[in-house]
Design a protein. Structure first.
Ligand code: 13P
Length: 256
């Protein structure tokens, strides 16, 4: 069986002190073991080292919110996957809808980043998901399929051992509108079947598929109870230790 995973995406929030304190509280109060639910937090770049120092040796892993495909070079303002590994990251989020929207990231850019992250041994959380008009227009599956094939082109199943998919419907992010468990399950199951056709049954069964979009302590359990929902990528509700830890507990409860 797949071990569920709950990842906090802190986006562009918190001060350095607040980030350290939040990480410390999550580490100290986490009461679910890593073999029940994996837990990671993704602070803004400038705080990665400080948060790593707080988390080191504990059960909560560190992740980053993006990374460039080149190992180094003249890329002002960017951060490479090697640098993320160097400061202790185990995860990297790639292709978040906010980067697709505000940084004009294309599926080709995202594909290069996915390969670079996996190549550096990072667990890559690839985000996919449709906008509201795309859902209303009945093209959710086309969009998700385009995003998956664009980002994973040329990768073999073996190379993707460390790949995680996050299904984040754009209309559910930061809006308080969550996809119903049944709606999310439909897309998760579609993603798993797509992977099965590409890489076979074994690889598809192992694939962790997270749901993201207004996940809260009170909706995590019913989402996690769905067969193909293996945890969550949490934005707003990951900025408080109590609520985030409750989401971790509910992810565990939903799988029992
Ligand atoms: P919210 O949980 O704030 O809706 O954000 C979801 C998200 O974008 C996580 O990456």
């Amino acid at each position: 069986m797949r071990t569920p995973l709950v990842v906090g995406n802190w986006k562009m929030h918190l001060s350095r002190d607040e980030a350290g304190a939040l990480a410390g509280e999550i580490r100290n109060k986490l009461d679910i073991s890593p073999d029940q639910v994996g837990v990671a937090v993704c602070p803004p770049f400038p705080y990665l080292s400080a948060v790593h120092a707080v988390l080191a040796g504990g059960p909560v892993a560190l992740g980053a919110q993006d990374g460039h495909w080149a190992p180094q070079g003249a890329y002002t303002g960017w951060v490479s996957m090697q640098m993320l590994v160097d400061v202790g990251c185990r995860y990297v989020i790639i292709g978040h809808s906010e980067r697709r929207q505000f940084a004009q990231e294309t599926d080709t850019d995202i594909g290069k980043k996915v390969k670079a992250g996996l190549g550096q041994g990072l667990a890559v959380i690839l985000c996919v998901g449709e906008t509201g008009p795309e859902r209303d227009g009945g093209i959710t599956y086309d969009v998700v399929m385009r995003q998956l094939s664009g980002a994973l082109e040329g990768l073999s199943g073996a190379e993707c051992d460390n790949l995680i998919i996050a299904y984040e419907p754009v209309w559910a992010i930061g809006t308080g509108k969550t996809a119903t468990p049944a709606m999310a399950q439909e897309v998760h199951s579609f993603i798993r079947s797509w992977m099965e056709k590409r890489w076979g049954f074994g690889a598809a069964q192992k694939l962790i598929i997270l749901y993201g979009g207004s996940v809260k302590p009170d909706n995590m359990r019913t989402l996690a109870a769905m067969h193909d929902i293996d945890g969550a990528l949490v934005g707003g509700a990951s900025l408080g230790a109590q609520g985030f830890l409750e989401i971790v507990r509910q992810a565990d409860a939903g799988k029992r």
